[in-house]
Design a protein around this ligand. Structure first.
Ligand SMILES: Cc1cc2nc3c(=O)[nH]c(=O)nc-3n(C[C@H](O)[C@H](O)[C@H](O)COP(=O)(O)O)c2cc1C
Length: 208
């Protein structure tokens, strides 16, 4: 079906129209620079001194981590890394994460968690968001709502940036919270909100 609001002059429109979930990957490793560009678009510093995704009251309650499974850079061993999000760079190695263990946290059999080259983790400090917005709605729901809205913005930036790097990706949010937290050493106040699998599409045309 032809897009109703076609805007052929816009690179962004073209990218948005090509966005789709990619769940089949080749076994190729991905480049660190491509990964850091994706992280930069998701949560890196903006030209105006804030971040590339919006945050209510500029609170920034989200934290990103990366489970590296295949990166084109031998010094980055597979495992969980913290991400220095304003800089958009890979930070400290945290721990080993067996790919099959990551897949086992999914509620469905999301094999793409095991096959992806990298799985980005969006976690949130819900306590900070609840406390900050307590006077808006004291049951904490306003803060939680904002966390989820912000996660959506971050995921969409990630997805479009992934496509722009000729890679493919898919959101996975159907996971067992307790099992995933334990696997990734996420402790209160941090809780996982979403995962984003990234890889070179098995069928190159699928990613483009
Ligand atoms: C909040 C959310 C959660 C999702 N969780 C999963 C998931 O757990 N596993 C999965 O394979 N896809 C997941 N997806 C991807 C959707 O299945 C996908 O976006 C949908 O089928 C539309 O396809 P498209 O992205 O190719 O347009 C999720 C998407 C969203 C927005």
């Amino acid at each position: 079906m032809a897009p109703r609001m076609a805007d052929p002059g816009s690179t962004l429109t073209a990218l948005i129209e090509r966005r789709h979930s990619v769940r089949e990957y080749s076994d190729a490793a991905i480049d660190r620079v491509a990964l850091e560009r994706i992280v930069h678009c998701a949560q890196g510093g903006s030209a105006l001194g804030k971040r590339n995704a919006p945050s209510a009251h500029a609170l920034y309650p989200l934290r990103l981590f990366a489970v590296i499974q295949r990166l084109n850079e031998p010094e980055y061993a597979p495992g969980l890394y913290a991400l220095d999000t304003p800089e958009g760079r890979l930070g400290e190695w945290v721990k080993t994460v067996p790919p099959e263990a990551l897949r086992a946290t999914a509620l469905a059999d999301d094999v793409w968690l095991e096959l992806a080259a990298v799985v980005l983790v969006v976690a949130a400090d819900y306590a900070a968001a609840r406390a900050h917005f307590a006077d808006h709605q004291p049951d904490g729901r306003r803060g939680e709502r904002y966390v989820h809205i912000e996660t959506g913005a971050v995921l969409q930036n990630m997805h479009l940036a992934t496509l722009a790097q000729d890679l493919g990706g898919v959101i996975v949010a159907g996971f067992d919270d307790a099992r995933l937290s334990s696997l990734l050493n996420l402790h209160a106040p941090l809780q996982p909100v979403a995962l984003f699998c990234i890889g070179a599409p098995a069928e190159p045309s699928a990613g483009l």
